[in-house]
Design a protein around this ligand. Structure first.
Ligand SMILES: Nc1ncnc2c1ncn2[C@@H]1O[C@H](COP(=O)(O)OP(=O)(O)OP(=O)(O)O)[C@@H](O)[C@H]1O
Length: 227
């Protein structure tokens, strides 16, 4: 994917000096402490890669970052304000692409993205953004296909199109390369690079040694596990 095929992405995101931080975070799932004493800071234009063994809490941290659950201890702040103080604003600034793909099988590929863009309050450029997103992840020829017929990798690509179909400063991506072929993985790298160049922040769970350039790494194997 060339950068020119990412015309849908803004040249500059709204907060060029954004700082997203967590301090002294502890996480509990099902009444069990998963990790504690975890801190991070990630600024506009940066990527933070989460690595670590299965079950160490990477997806759980993404949920905390998205405001879908609350830390058992510690705080998460956007520009020094607790994200829980204005959860609507926080949800509006982020995209979370998790293991569940949230694709509606009866809708076509195009309709899925239209639905998503409307949900996100996409403006007059929505159609152009969707077209660019489909081109970026090589789904144009499948635009009118009901999503239930997509292969696993194609479904993943459709999920990633959501990143481009409406702008958001914070991308939270859980193993985004899962199921992607080499070309789609390269497209993802280009989208991440463009996002960061525009002042976006990305937090990405990855297992392989395929980190975006100059990404900082948070290794869960070095984080204190719960008791
Ligand atoms: N809904 C839940 N109820 C109880 N425990 C849960 C729940 N979801 C996750 N856990 C537990 O929390 C721990 C962390 O899970 P999490 O999915 O965050 O790990 P992960 O680092 O993302 O793992 P993986 O690399 O396998 O994807 C695991 O021990 C898991 O069993």
């Amino acid at each position: 994917m060339t950068v020119s095929s990412l015309a849908a992405l803004p040249d500059q995101l709204p907060d060029a000096r954004a700082v997203f931080a967590g301090r002294g975070l502890a996480c509990e799932r099902g009444g069990r402490r998963v990790f504690q004493g975890l801190s991070f800071t990630v600024c506009a234009g940066e990527a933070l890669v989460l690595v670590g063994r299965n079950g160490s809490g990477k997806s759980s941290l993404l949920r905390l970052m998205a405001g879908l659950s609350r830390p058992a201890q510690g705080s998460l702040t956007w520009n020094a304000g607790d994200i829980a103080d204005d959860s609507e604003a926080h949800h509006g600034r982020l995209h979370l692409i998790g293991h569940q793909d949230a694709i509606k099988p009866a809708l076509t590929v195009n309709e899925n993205l239209g639905f998503w863009a409307r949900y996100r309050g996409a403006g007059p450029c929505a159609s152009a953004r969707i077209a660019d997103a489909l081109r970026a992840f090589a789904l144009e020829r499948l635009a009118e296909l009901p999503a239930r017929y997509l292969s696993q990798g194609q479904r993943r690509r459709l999920s990633l199109c959501r990143l481009l179909a409406s702008p958001a400063q914070l991308w939270l991506l859980d193993e985004p390369r899962a199921g992607l072929d080499r070309a789609a993985s390269t497209s993802l790298d280009a989208a991440l690079a463009h996002h960061r160049a525009a002042g976006g922040i990305a937090v990405v769970v990855l297992h392989a040694e395929d980190h975006p350039p100059e990404a900082r790494v948070l290794d869960f194997d070095a984080v204190k596990a719960g008791g």
